[in-house]
Ligand binder design. Sequence first.
Ligand code: NAP
Length: 266
Amino acid sequence: MELGLKGKVVLVTGSSEGIGRSIALAFAREGCGVVINGRNQKSLDATASELRASGAEIHGVVADVAKAGGPEEVVQQTVARFGAIHVLVNNAGGIGRFGAFADLTDQEWLDVFSLNVMSAVRACRAALPHMQKQKWGRIINISSESGVQPDPFMPHYNASKAALNSLTKSLSKAYGRDGIVVNTVSPAFIRTPLVDEMLDRQAKEKSITIDEAERAFLRDLRPNIVLGRAGRPDETAGICVFLASDQASFITGSNYRVDGGSVASV
Ligand SMILES: NC(=O)c1ccc[n+]([C@@H]2O[C@H](COP(=O)([O-])OP(=O)(O)OC[C@H]3O[C@@H](n4cnc5c(N)ncnc54)[C@H](OP(=O)(O)O)[C@@H]3O)[C@@H](O)[C@H]2O)c1
C-alpha cells in the first residue's frame, strides 16, 4: 500500500526508547525525515545511529518537553533542520508515582500534567502555524487505555490521559478546515522500559521473576487483555504511520486502541 509519506518531516517526542522509538523507526522506514527527542544525550545519540541504518535522515534534539520552552525548542529545531513539520507525534509521557489518590501531592499531579498534557499543548501550539501555512498536517497524541478506563491507582495519570483525549477532539474540530487531522492512539501494557521498571519493582517485592510479574499483572489487573500477553512497542507504530498517511485522510478526532482488548466497552 502506498502511504505517500516519503519526504515528509516527522517529529516524535520522547523517542529515544520505548513506543516513541518504534514509531520513529517506522516513519524512518517510510522515507521520512525524522526528529527524535529525549532528555539524555547518550541514549538519543545511540538511537539516532540505529535509526540511520534505515537510510533516513535523523536529527536528535535533547530537550525536556515537560518544561515550558522544551516542546517549542524541539519544533523550532525540526523546522530549522528540515524546513517544515508535517507530522507531530506527542508521545512523551509518564506515570509519575504509582500511588493512591490520598497519597499524591499537588506537585505530583502538576508534574504528570506537565509531561502528559502541557508538552502536547505546547508542541501543538508551536507546530500548528507551520501546518496551517502548508495546508497539511497530522497530529497524533499517544494517550492510554487509562484515559477512558481508569484504575483506582494512578488517578493523576488517568486524568491526564483523559485531558489529552479531549485535547485531540478540540484540535480536530478547530483545525480540520486547515487540512490538519488530529487523532489519538491509546496503547495498553506495552513492554517498554517504563513498564519493565514497574514489573521489576513488583518482581522484587514479591521475590518472583519479571515474567511471573507480567503474568500476575495480566491476571490481577488486566484480565480484559484477551490476547493474554503484553504488547510490543512496534505493535503501536503501524497505526501511527497509517494515521499520518494519505490513506487516513478522512479520519480525525478518533481514538484508536492498541490494547489487546483491554478496554471493555464496545
Ligand atoms: N508502555 C505502556 O504500556 C503504555 C501504555 C499506555 C500508554 N503509554 C504511553 O506511551 C507513551 C510512551 O511510553 P513508553 O512506555 O514508551 O515510555 P518509556 O519507556 O518511559 O520511554 C519514554 C521515552 O520518552 C523520553 N522522555 C521521558 N520524559 C521525557 C521528557 N520530559 N522530555 C523528553 N523526553 C522524555 C525518554 O527518554 P529520556 O528518559 O532520556 O528523556 C524515552 O525516550 C507515553 O505517553 C505513555 O503514557 C504507554
